[in-house]
Design a protein around this ligand. Structure first.
Ligand code: IVH
Length: 690
């Protein structure tokens, strides 16, 4: 064969293989058989080997390139990767509808319902039609670059179908809109779920068992574990699959349904069980239908996703916390099993809170073995009427967290024992005090260890900090050991550890000492939000830490902030503000932070910015004062951020816009005095295109 003949043949093979891939993965067309595909691929492989300079990076066989990585590189998502709020009953879905109907007073809302795949959220970016980058969700802002691994998944196109071949069956007007948008767009982002089929999972576990590898609890863990492999060869052998569920780039879609259609036209596998629903009754029926199908599906699902079909309205509904308001995960009830509570232990938390935990006879629930379940507090034990020795019903809430839902009193033998909360901390022996707490809007009491320096508290704080710094080589056991051996007294000491310190420890190898030290050193640089989270301040979790970082931009400013300033930040309530303010008033805490910095911890200079700074308010500092008619304060804040702007609480000469609503007061006056541009609500809405 001459070179030019080979080139022609290779081109034909590319086309034919792409065609089969599309028919198999996107159109679910069974006439595209594996055998034909394999045979064509084999011929292509031989030709590419014979004429190496003809093989190009677009080759459909170019899936397992590259060497194993040392570690994954972090990447910033251009738009935040959100998750979904859950609903478990028709009532909860009804409440969801009522909430959104209040915000968008339209007569009729149309929904789009689809399967909720149980896998791993991923983002795929294409540059000029070529797969350029794939990433995990991470914390929603930053994920890990797993491009090499995703490339091995044959369901993911390496090249988009920009020519829109094989799309005769799609609506013509949508196709035209898409073609126009594609001619103007270089970068396309699509998100979807990486999954492992039940069959691939069973095969993998059998293989793992044979070779003595770790068996996975369920397909989701297997998929996640596989994508975390540094060697793409290994990933390729794991037979993962992928389904698109979200089109991030504006390609002319007006509904979520069109997002699915566009994804399919471009070459992504999409869910075939979707339905546009005019009412919640239809949504409920859809979910019922899918529940009946669940067993037969080739992959695991844990519910259905329901969202407002119209993208305009969906956008307008905005985001609460980490989830879009316009979508909900309507989950299937958790799987249940029965077992026996053998003991109730007390766990001491980071803030010294004593939590009862049921230790149970091991039982399998939905493929995972459960041995422990938190009982939260004494009230919960009373509510359940639980005694030690009782037979109970356990489930995994949201299919993850084990939970005791019911006691079966008829199963009692008479030997069951009533449980009492201890009066002292089981770790340090100090008195346990009862304190009022409010959690998620509910008030209750909690038992707290009164010892400020309780070793259990310290240890939990340490664990928390090490996790926030992502130093995964140091688990709880190693931390406890470092502490017992006197190597560390608090977290700052971790960062001054040297290899020699560890090698001296009994049963501690040179290699693991090296691993630990190098992982500590490579995680000394941390962004502000993570750092704030790492401090383990009472009531300050990931979300609050992000809000604080975005608001203050530097640790210095946060340290110096008044209670009033912290309290004025949207999303941050009084109790949280007080806890933060008190924390930074305590000299010991300031010393601790100083020691962390002395030990080499570096805060990343770039401040932790909320969603991508693009949009009509990009780079603008916006103050909203007074009451707006169309949205609450929280919604206005979300809208400003979504439009790329910075939400600021006080007016200065650096402020770009002051949006003045009903009964705006001193901030409006100040804006006028400083000559800052004032917008009324309508002007504001016009700018953000609502
Ligand atoms: S839409 C705004 N659709 O469920 C977030 N998510 O619990 C976009 N998931 O992180 C999510 N199937 O990884 C959507 N058909 C589907 C899904 C789906 C599975 C996952 C996704 C998300 C998680 C939220």
């Amino acid at each position: 064969m001459t070179k030019s003949e080979a080139q022609q043949r290779i081109n034909k093979l590319y086309e034919q293989i792409d065609d089969l891939r599309y028919r198999y993965h996107v159109l679910d067309d069974p006439s595209a058989t594996d055998e034909v595909y394999d045979s064509l691929a084999k011929e292509l492989k031989i030709l590419e080997r014979e004429f190496p300079d003809l093989a190009n990076s677009n080759s459909p066989l170019n899936r397992v390139g590259g060497k194993p990585l040392d570690k994954f590189v972090k990447v910033r998502h251009t738009a935040r990767m959100l998750s979904l709020n859950d609903a478990f009953s028709t009532e909860e879905v009804k409440e969801w509808e009522e909430r959104i109907k209040k915000l968008v007073p339209v007569q009729h809302l149309e929904y789009f319902a689809e399967l909720k795949f149980d896998g791993l959220a991923t983002s795929l970016v294409y540059e000029d039609g070529v797969f350029a980058r794939g990433a995990t969700r991470g914390d929603g802002f930053m994920g890990e670059d797993i491009t090499q691994n995703l490339k091995t998944i044959s369901a993911i196109p390496l090249k988009l179908n920009l020519e829109l071949k094989y799309t005769e069956k799609f609506p013509r007007d949508l196709k035209q809109r898409l073609a126009r948008a594609l001619s103007l767009t270089g970068r396309i982002e699509v998100r979807g779920e990486a999954i492992m089929s039940k069959h691939a999972f069973a095969t993998l576990n059998k293989e793992q068992k044979k070779t003595g590898g770790t068996e996975f609890a369920n397909p989701r863990n297997a998929a996640a574990g596989s994508l975390r492999q540094l060697d793409p060869q290994v990933v390729a052998a794991r037979k993962l699959s992928w389904h698109a569920y979200q089109l991030i780039t504006d390609l002319g879609q007006t509904t979520h349904e069109e997002e699915h259609l566009i994804c399919a036209m471009l070459g992504f596998p999409t869910d075939k069980h979707t339905q546009v629903c005019g009412t919640l009754d239809e949504v409920n029926n859809f979910r019922e239908k899918i529940l009946n199908l669940r067993q037969q599906l080739p992959y695991e699902i844990d519910g259905v996703v329901v969202q407002v079909n119209d993208r305009e309205i969906f956008k307008r509904l905005g985001v609460v916390g980490k989830a879009p308001r316009g979508a909900i995960a309507f989950k299937f009830a958790a799987k249940k099993a029965t077992t026996v509570v053998e003991e109730i232990k007390i766990q001491v938390g980071r803030q010294g809170n004593l939590t009862p935990v049921a230790v149970m006879r091991p039982v399998e629930v939905g493929g995972v073995t459960i041995t422990h379940a938190s009982l939260h507090n004494e009230d919960e034990i009373k509510r359940l009427g639980l005694k030690i020795g009782d037979t109970v019903v356990v489930q995994r809430a949201g299919d993850v967290i084990p939970q005791i839902v019911e006691v079966l009193p008829k199963m009692r033998s008479g030997k069951e024992k009533t449980f009492h909360m201890p009066t002292v901390c089981p770790v340090c022996g100090f008195k346990a005090e009862r304190q009022m707490i409010s959690e998620g809007g509910e008030k209750g009491t909690a038992l707290i260890c009164s010892n400020r320096r309780c070793p259990a508290k310290d240890l939990k704080q340490l664990e928390h900090l090490v996790n926030a710094f992502e130093i995964y080589t140091i688990g709880p056991k190693i931390l406890a050991r470092f502490k017992d051996e006197g190597l560390i007294t608090d977290a700052a000491d971790i960062f001054t550890l040297k290899k020699e310190d560890l090698v001296g420890l009994e049963r501690f190898g040179e290699k693991s000492a090296e691993n630990i030290i190098s992982s500590i050193n490579s995680h000394k640089i941390i962004n502000l939000a993570k750092f704030i989270q790492a401090l383990g301040i009472l009531h300050v979790g990931e979300e609050t830490a992000i809000d604080l970082a975005a608001h203050f931009g530097s640790l210095e400013k946060l340290k110096a902030a008044s209670f009033e300033e912290i309290d004025s930040i949207p999303n941050i309530g009084g109790a949280v503000a007080k806890s933060l303010y008190d924390y930074f008033q305590d000299k010991r805490h300031l010393d601790f932070i100083e020691r962390l910095i002395q030990a080499g911890v570096k805060l990343q200079v770039t401040s932790y910015k909320l969603p991508a700074k693009t949009g009509p308010l990009a780079g603008k500092k916006v103050v909203v004062t007074g009451m707006l008619e169309s949205m609450s304060r929280e919604e206005a804040k979300a809208a400003v951020r979504e439009a790329g702007g910075d939400w600021v609480s006080s007016v200065s000469k650096n402020t770009d816009y002051v949006v003045a609503g009903e009964s705006a007061g001193s901030k409006l006056a100040k804006a006028k005095a400083l000559g800052v541009r004032v917008l009324n609500e309508k002007q504001f809405l016009d700018i953000i295109k609502r």
